[in-house]
Design a binder for this molecule. Structure first.
Ligand SMILES: Cc1cc2nc3c(=O)[nH]c(=O)nc-3n(C[C@H](O)[C@H](O)[C@H](O)COP(=O)(O)O)c2cc1C
Length: 342
């Protein structure tokens, strides 16, 4: 019997392949203009972009954002290639929703990635709303254990759920349930959106529950509302209507700024190059996530993923050089580097 949770992942990938406009190309980061140092007073080959996240050293602050997993040759290939590349490049990687493991046990293999990435940061992924639909601490711990994960993402996707006919839309009490899980899970819990942004109110709610890591996953990149539109065949256009709904990533980071003394932020949603990454770190992000730009290379080979990561690393280092910032400490939250915001 085909399992809808398993098939859905393939439908999402096909929708992205066939419709380039699922990447909304918002270019919100272009509204932020950085300074330029004609006298950077640093040597390009001395720039140190490395950083620490969850107690592990990363070569630069890149996260391969959550994408996939399931009982399918294609998703096994994608995850294996991403994990090999993450380890080789010393960057973090998150997996896609692990819910499918519980409806389709043979999907577990696609998440057992530690053998390919023995040392780097790996992050599990479960839908926060699933805590209202039968998901419990045991399942969350199982999701962590299969991956030997360093942390567990709860993804929050009310827009995606609202525009699909079979969506799980009862979000009552989810914050409290995530808080309860976070107190018993073996690794830290982190909250993420999936492309519509976490607001200041969301972060305040998470912090009140003792959660301290937040991936804003704002709008401007992959639009789940538009992807879900492609899965509808009933003429309903609500997914198109809401395709650009949400907080653009730079704005979400700015909204989160007041919480930075207690919160660790991850930027994702529409980041497309090393310059967007530098701007995100200036706005308070400790890690910068990208999903869609790594999907096609991951279908090809680990080497193709490494090539993209190396390009991003070079761009990030070049931006640091031109800003005269020798290391992450000089870049992080250094708002003086922003000269203009449109
Ligand atoms: C193919 C694909 C599958 C995704 N699946 C998940 C998922 O299962 N869970 C999740 O939390 N986010 C998922 N996302 C969302 C990303 O993790 C990220 O938050 C969002 O796409 C914004 O990043 P981008 O603009 O760089 O694609 C997926 C994104 C893509 C492109």
């Amino acid at each position: 019997m085909t399992d809808p949770t398993n098939e859905r992942k393939i439908e999402h990938i096909r929708a992205i392949e066939h419709d380039p406009a699922t990447d909304r190309d918002g270019r919100w980061f272009d509204r932020i203009l950085l300074t330029h140092r004609a006298l950077p007073e640093v040597a390009l080959d001395q720039i140190d972009p490395s950083t620490e996240f969850l107690g592990k050293r990363l070569s630069f602050p890149l996260l391969i954002s959550s994408m996939t997993g399931g009982d399918h040759e294609l998703v096994r290939t994608i995850n294996t290639n991403l994990a090999i590349a993450a380890e080789r490049c010393g960057v973090a990687m998150a997996v896609g929703s692990q819910r499918v493991m519980f409806t389709h046990p043979s999907a577990e293999a696609s998440f057992a990635l530690r053998e390919h990435a023995p040392t780097t940061v790996l992050i599990g992924n479960v839908g926060g709303v699933q805590l209202n639909y039968g998901f419990d601490l045991d399942k969350c711990q199982r999701a962590v254990d299969v991956l030997a994960a360093d942390a567990l993402y709860f993804h929050l996707n009310p827009l995606q759920e609202a525009v699909q006919p079979e969506g799980d839309t009862d979000f009552r009490g989810v914050a409290e349930k995530m808080g309860a899980i976070s107190r018993h899970l073996s690794v830290p819990v982190m909250l993420k959106e999936v492309g519509a942004g976490l607001s200041a109110a969301d972060i305040a709610l998470g912090l009140a529950q003792g959660i301290s890591h937040f991936d804003v996953a704002g709008s401007g990149g992959t639009s789940w509302s538009r992807i879900e539109h492609h899965r509808r065949h009933d003429g309903d256009e609500i997914g198109l209507r809401f395709q650009d709904w949400g907080l653009p990533t730079p704005l979400a980071l700015q909204q989160a700024e007041p919480f930075l003394d207690r919160a660790t932020l991850i930027a994702s949603g529409g980041l497309r190059d090393g310059i967007d990454m530098a701007k995100s770190v200036i706005l308070g992000a400790s890690l910068c996530g990208m999903a869609a730009p790594l999907l096609q290379p991951a279908m090809e080979s680990a080497e193709a993923v490494v090539t993209v990561i190396e390009r991003l690393r070079r761009e990030f280092i070049t931006a640091m050089f031109l800003l005269g910032t020798p290391d992450m400490a000089a870049l992080f939250r250094n708002r003086a580097l922003i000269v203009h915001e449109r």
